[in-house]
Design a protein around this ligand. Sequence first.
Ligand code: ADP
Length: 370
Amino acid sequence: MAKVELKGIGKVYDGDVRAVDNANITIEDREFVVFVGPSGCGKSTTLRMVAGLEDITEGELYIDGEIMNDMPPKDRNIAMVFQNYALYPHMTVYDNMAFGLKIRKTDKAEIERRVKEAARILDIEELLERKPKALSGGQRQRVAVGRAIVRNPKVFLFDEPLSNLDAKLRVQMRAEISDLHHRLKATMIYVTHDQIEAMTMSDKIVVMKDGKVQQIGSPMYLYNHPINKFVAGFIGSPPMNFLTVKIIEKGGKIIADEGSFELYPTEEQAKHLKAYVGKEVYFGVRPEDMVYSKTPAENNNMQLQCSVVEPLGAETHLYLKSKTQTLIARTEPENKFQVGDTANFSPLMEKTKFFDKDTEGNICEVVKSE
Ligand code: ADP
């Protein structure tokens, strides 16, 4: 299998649209890497440059140490699975899977062996004689993956492969693709706008925004150590809460003043926040780091009002209002809340983040990006 390296990769489309700017990404051999970000952030363009479907405007692309910039797609030893599956409607499943090998003039017996092996791996052996219209969405998705597997490529590329499936099937296919990655031991690059797919499937996430890589790291690293407010808000569901607070100094202590309550940063946080006295910053707290208490806590108490109660079974999400801002908390289902209730929460301060209001950078942590 293969290592893929993007060095200073950029893409400018005709008409001066800059889609990707200076992307430096290394995908190790057998790694499952997800490019994630909102629509239009440049993730498909980046993938398509790896595939050879788009010219590379700037920088260098290497697969296994060999420069690929001018290599035609068919010689890159990659296989791509598209969002719309791109199956040939008039061909059977077998022929759809065999097609790429036929045009490469692979031996007939070898084609049969590979198609049957892929069908076995994907559990679609019973479907080989059917046409795509006689398949469910999930089955079509498997055929599209099968067509990639038979090629035995160095690198698998997936472009939003699950976005046409319903929610339940997406969860199932997510697990199937992860399982496939372990069994094939292949290098895989997967593009999605869905942060849950990124979190659950990847060894490494590349978060993109406006054509720029924001941060690269393992799912839990990004979750716990986001480089900026964008990554903090994008990774995690429900998302991190952000409150605008003013940093003040009172009696020698650094305090984050929300207007209706005051929060005491940890000693470590306070060191970094000293430079912000008199300024507003964003305070970030994840919904699970909001701790409920029946009586107001002595420090860091936030007295809030429930505006929405969402029982999900295993947990309940509460929408809580301060005088001016709204937060979400994840709570135990045993705690019964009603809309209009006043509730006391305090943030687990050591887990909270502060972000600069102008740069949106993480103020209190020195954070890595690969
Ligand atoms: P994503 O996959 O993250 O949704 P894309 O890579 O498709 O984003 O697009 C990135 C940016 O490039 C967007 O602003 C998009 O409008 C622009 N773009 C994509 N394809 C073309 C094209 N063929 N010509 C001009 N602009 C394009």
